[in-house]
Design a protein around this ligand. Structure first.
Ligand code: SAH
Ligand code: SF4
Length: 343
């Protein structure tokens, strides 16, 4: 068996090394070389014996993402990468500059099967899940790019192409590597995973009791509007979604982000705000209002009622923010990322 070295959590690598008849302590050395010293071959691992290096080389390989394109918007406020994967498929990842530092937006699948009507990422049906190493490598490539300019990655969101909870097991191992002090070492509280609302997976996530932030793409306060925008609502309606959130809160004392996209005349009227208030009253959450970003395939328009909607929620004691816009000039804004099939 020959596997990417970047797909292993620390514990899984220990196990694999034991199976190969090696000491599990080599796991610490390998993690140190690849995640702290950024080494890209076993030959450079000076504290591992030649004999063991040969064994490692026979069982693991170092892979990479090919940076096919990089676009920079407004100085370095937003940078978008098009990466080619080993099988020729392509995905996009983004770096955003905030007051507190740099944040990355990571993709979890090639395409997306959820079919939300407003989103460009779902215009290609899911081709396949991203492997653990392909998510790890998005972070490593971005860190490498930033470090060349003496900049540091302080946080990331899994809000790029794909539905992360439709790639659950790989997502969890990727996140374990991301938060591990011995590996990428980004604090759990600086990571957010966004889901379109797979209620069964939200329960699984709740059981893990992670400190990682959870964001839910709600986008409508009732089933009628939500089902029109998001086919996933036919599988898990708002009641089932909120049952899973109640379960989450029973296991985790953590605030959930409710994402609410504002689309002209579809979900942005005061009647919708009213319904939203009653849905979220006394719940441990806050609302992040997202101005709709145009996607050329559909007819939706950005809401002109954002300020009123925001004021109504605030007046009714629902904590809420309006998402800062970025990357529109290079199609790197929320919902504008695309996967590309191999040519
Ligand atoms: N699949 C996950 C994560 C990726 S999408 C999810 O849906 O939550 C990240 C966020 O961008 C989601 O809240 C999504 O609804 C939103 N989004 C999608 N299309 C958009 C658009 N055209 N304009 C603004 N936000 C959009
Ligand atoms: Fe998929 Fe999220 Fe886009 Fe919906 S919004 S199609 S779940 S990426």
């Amino acid at each position: 068996m020959n596997n990417s070295i970047y797909k292993y959590t620390f514990e899984n690598l220990e196990k694999e090394l034991l199976d190969l008849g090696l000491s599990k302590f080599i796991s610490k050395q390998i993690f140190d070389w690849i995640y702290k010293k950024n080494v890209k071959s076993f030959d450079e691992m000076a504290n591992i014996s030649k004999k063991n290096i040969e064994i490692l080389k026979n069982h693991f390989y170092f892979d990479d993402l090919l940076e096919e394109k990089k676009e920079i918007d407004k100085d370095d406020e937003t940078t978008k990468f098009l990466f080619q994967l080993n099988d020729g498929n392509k995905i996009e990842s983004v770096i955003m500059k905030f007051d507190y530092g740099y944040s990355a937006c990571i993709s979890s699948q090639i395409g997306c099967n959820m079919g939300c009507k407003f989103c460009a990422s779902g215009k290609i049906k899911k081709i396949r899940n991203l492997e653990i190493n392909e998510m790890v490598l998005q972070i490593l490539k971005i860190k490498e790019y930033l470090s060349k300019e003496n900049k540091k990655l302080s946080s990331f969101v899994v809000m790029g192409i794909g539905e992360p909870f439709d790639n659950f097991d790989n997502l969890i191992d990727f996140l374990k590597i991301a938060i591990d002090r011995k590996a990428i070492e980004i604090g759990s509280r600086h990571i957010t995973v966004s889901t379109s609302g797979l209620a069964n997976k939200i329960k699984k996530w709740a059981d893990l009791q992670l400190q990682i932030n959870l964001a839910i793409s709600l986008h409508a306060p009732n089933d009628e509007v939500r089902s029109k925008l998001m086919p996933i609502n036919n599988a898990f309606n708002i009641k089932e979604l909120f049952n899973s959130l109640e379960y989450y809160w029973s296991k985790n004392n953590r605030r959930i982000t409710i994402e609410y996209l504002l689309i002209d005349k579809i979900n942005d009227q005061i009647e919708h705000a009213k319904k939203l208030v009653s849905l979220l009253k006394n719940k441990l959450c806050y609302v992040n209002l997202i101005p709709y970003n145009p996607v050329f395939e559909n007819k939706y328009k950005r809401s002109t009622n954002i300020k009123n909607f925001y004021d109504y929620l605030n007046k009714n004691n629902i904590t809420c923010t309006i998402r800062q816009e970025r990357g529109k000039n290079i199609s790197a804004a929320c919902g504008q990322l695309r996967a590309k099939e191999k040519e």
